[in-house]
Design a protein. Structure first.
Length: 87
């Protein structure tokens, strides 16, 4: 059966949790599976959040401003691609 995005998220968060923040990786994981599209934030200590859009790292505040003003549920893919390009 095809892999699910939540499986990758679980594997990453378990590994990061095991190292208790000593791996300084704040990750954004996105993908599509049989359940549709998914975006997760994975923090260095292994906590996660599933969100409709997210940013992390340098420049994240500017990128979030674009998402907050432009994102809408069900937006067409071409509009979403252009929005991401603006970030």
């Amino acid at each position: 059966s095809p892999s699910r995005v939540i499986t990758a998220c679980t594997m990453l968060r378990r590994m990061l949790f095991r190292y208790q923040g000593h791996i300084g990786a704040a990750l954004v994981l996105g993908g599509t599976d049989v359940d549709g599209p998914h975006i997760y934030q994975i923090y260095p200590h292994g906590s996660t959040s599933k969100l409709p859009y997210t940013t992390m790292g340098s420049g994240s505040l500017a990128a979030m401003a674009v998402y907050e003003s432009s994102w809408r549920e069900g937006m067409p893919e071409d509009e979403a691609v252009e929005m991401v390009k603006r970030t």
